[in-house]
Design a protein around this ligand. Sequence first.
Ligand SMILES: *Cc1c(COP(=O)(O)O)cnc(C)c1O
Length: 421
Amino acid sequence: MDHFLYRDGVLCAEDVPLAEIAAKVGTPFYCYSTATLTRHHALFEEALSGLDHMICFAMKSASNQAILKVLANLGAGMDVVSGGEYARARAAGVPGDRIVFSGVGKTEGEMRMALDGGIRQFNVESEPEMAVLSRVASEMGQIAPITIRVNPDVDARTHEKISTGKKEDKFGIPITRAREVYAAASSLPGLKVIGIDVHIGSQLTDLEPFEQAYLKVAELTETLRADGHEISRLDLGGGLGIPYARSNEAPPLPLDYGALIKRTVGHLGCEIEIEPGRLISGNAGIMVARVIYVKSGEDRQFLIIDGAMNDLIRPAMYGAYHDIVPVVEPAPGQPQARYDIVGPVCESGDTFAKSRDMPPVQAGDLVVFRSAGAYGAVMSSEYNTRPLIPEVLVREDQFAVIRRRPTYEEMIARDTVPAWL
Ligand SMILES: *Cc1c(COP(=O)(O)O)cnc(C)c1O
């Protein structure tokens, strides 16, 4: 459920008509709902109630300061994957002891930054990384708390670009080598092994792969404890999927996911961390664009809109589906039109949907891409020298621009022409 609903014939974000925001900030833009972010966070809190737990928002899905602040105010921690994200989390007021650091390629500089500013744990993904972290922490006179990310070799049955838990994926250490790697970790100075980390992929629409992975983690917990390691924390990653096509998808509910966690690892007495990104931010955000032209091709109609692949790359990158709806509510029983919905960028890949049936729209009309809050704005670029589009946050009847559109002058001023040219 989200808070983007038709009211009196027009699509609103909470209590604000989207056309009102469009008139103020121009199109295209992203718009987020505070109530939806809050609700999704609450669903996970409810799902994990009774367990010692922390929800660490995977901020790579949506990292605007205002969004982080909404979640931080609810007590969320953050899962960061770069020094930049670490800095963003701290700037949003998230204390170091609520930040976990994931990622396969952490640099020395990033490790120093996190050790300096405070960190809940590093999720270490390889032996070379472990060696570097040991040296860096020792040089700084610190002890770095770590979990080691294991790759359980389960098929998450999701898109190949967002599957991370099979043996051919680059993430983590093979679970079959875990005992060896944990033994090595515990002999290194500057590290303190506290737990196990696993994350098998994104947009999982079935609980079965989670079950397989968590059962393997439970077994590994017992094995490592028998080897003498203190395993007191399990980071179970993110990945719960969301319905992109409202009409025919019903991915698992956080409550069922929570029950699965309790059933598979609840008896171990560990503190549980989860790292949801998409399920919190995905349906809490939309992209609003304006139709520039309706163009008749030989055998089809093109809807050319002012949003493009640089603003929302998921369709071009993953073949992702987004519901696209008009801001003015269609009359009941209105016949559908069929469009190829495209942006203005000079690439055929700049296509959001082919042969999409939707209510007819005209040049000048506003259309909304639903479920665009995760991996939307954060993946945008300025390709074709198109300015990064604004982000807007709504709360009840108020809205605020939380990232403004840069001017052309600002974009150009970021380049420097050498004196010798
Ligand atoms: C991307 C990622 C997540 C979040 O995935 P979602 O599908 O957005 O929930 C969590 N943990 C790690 C390590 C990730 O790389």
